[in-house]
Design a protein around this ligand. Structure first.
Ligand SMILES: Nc1nc2c(c(=O)[nH]1)N=C([C@H](O)[C@H](O)COP(=O)(O)OP(=O)(O)OP(=O)(O)O)CN2
Ligand SMILES: [Zn+2]
Length: 141
């Protein structure tokens, strides 16, 4: 898992939640610049989601950890990333996967009355390669 690696995102919210998860998926990057990655191949992706907020729900959760796992793991585990509608017009690179995960997590959070925010997504694609996605203000609009 990623427990040994947590780049901190600066913020002043009262609460911060982190959820680690992993899933297995295949992908290919159909660009001539992608070299061997043009061929279909698989990864065990490791994902860390950082959510923060000032208020909790009546249970005392920013959001249930399980809801985050269900959203990401159920969607992508044992699938081909290229087959997902969000990757119809773009390649499933680590960067764009991290951005897509942020969008789906933030959409889930937007429906909550305590209004938490997703501040960071880390996607590790291989033991030596990972991406950190941090939204800018315009991403929240
Ligand atoms: N900026 C990006 N570069 C690459 C991506 C990506 O998503 N964003 N993806 C790939 C491939 O999908 C590949 O699976 C991962 O590449 P890489 O880390 O180079 O894998 P290696 O195991 O060959 O790396 P080592 O340095 O030998 O550990 C390529 N690039
Ligand atoms: Zn790959």
């Amino acid at each position: 898992m990623m427990q040994q690696f947590y780049p901190q995102v600066p913020h002043t919210f009262r609460f911060e939640l982190n959820k680690d998860m992993h899933f297995s998926a295949a992908h290919f990057i159909p660009s001539k610049d992608a070299g061997k990655c043009q061929q279909m191949h698989g990864h065990t992706y490791f994902v860390n989601v950082t959510i923060a907020g000032n208020g909790l729900d009546p249970t005392g959760f920013l959001i249930d950890f399980k809801e985050i796992k269900n959203l990401v793991h159920k969607k992508y585990d044992h699938t081909v990333l290229n087959d997902h509608p969000e990757f119809k017009d773009m390649f499933p690179t680590t960067e764009l996967l991290a951005q897509q995960i942020w969008q789906s997590v933030q959409e889930l959070l937007n429906n909550r009355t305590n209004h938490p925010s997703c501040l960071q997504i880390i996607v590790r694609e291989t033991p030596t390669s990972y991406v950190v996605f941090r939204p800018t203000e315009e991403d929240f609009r």
